[in-house]
Design a binder for this molecule. Structure first.
Ligand code: HEM
Length: 159
């Protein structure tokens, strides 16, 4: 769980995230893929449509905004988290990929928000991102495990 101070700061940034979210996530994909072009794997459909991330930049911005506004009542986001986690598993996202995406998301916030991205805002978002990444990582591990079990059973029983 994140600190009370982080909750306050993240919530206070919600309006600016709403306004600039897509600019931030578009920038995030740009710098993340410049460093790790291999992370584009999984985004084939999205990236064939638009080279700037298009729909995916919009979806990620919407989810970051939803997180900012619900950080103290995450249970309300359970269905959305479940859906995103399943999509991540379908595209074979792994836990170790979260760190780079987080680093680039914070860098993109600095690039786009400039003076509004104070050290306090960035460190609050660093803590908040780590908590969200952990939620996805745990959920996705459980889905991978479930898939493995189902496959093992099918192989064992020849179904
Ligand atoms: C806390 C961090 C993250 C959030 C909030 C997030 C959010 C999302 C959302 C909202 C979607 C769209 C789901 C849908 O269409 O129903 C998505 C899909 C996806 N995400 Fe993430 N994501 C995160 C981390 C990551 C990481 C670390 C990667 C690794 C590169 C990644 C790769 C993908 C891919 C490949 C898709 C599918 C894109 C497609 O359908 O074209 N995500 N994510």
């Amino acid at each position: 769980m994140v600190s009370q101070r982080t909750i306050e700061i993240v919530k206070a940034t919600a309006p600016i995230i709403k306004e600039k979210g897509e600019e931030i996530t578009t920038r995030m994909y740009q710098i993340a893929f410049a460093e790790r072009p291999d992370y584009k794997r999984g985004f084939e459909t999205t990236w064939m449509q638009r080279l700037d991330g298009g729909d995916q930049a919009h979806k990620l911005a919407a989810s970051v905004y939803a997180y900012a506004t619900h950080i103290d009542r995450l249970d309300e986001l359970a269905t959305a988290v479940e859906k995103i986690a399943h999509r991540h598993v379908e595209t074979r996202i792994l836990p170790e990929q979260y760190e780079l995406i987080g680093e680039k998301l914070l860098q993109a916030m600095k690039d786009v928000l400039q003076d509004a991205a104070t050290d306090e805002v960035i460190s609050a978002w660093a803590e908040a991102y780590a908590a969200l990444a952990n939620i996805f990582i745990q959920k996705e591990k459980a889905i991978y495990k479930q898939e493995d079990q189902e496959l093992t059973e099918r192989l064992a029983y020849g179904r």
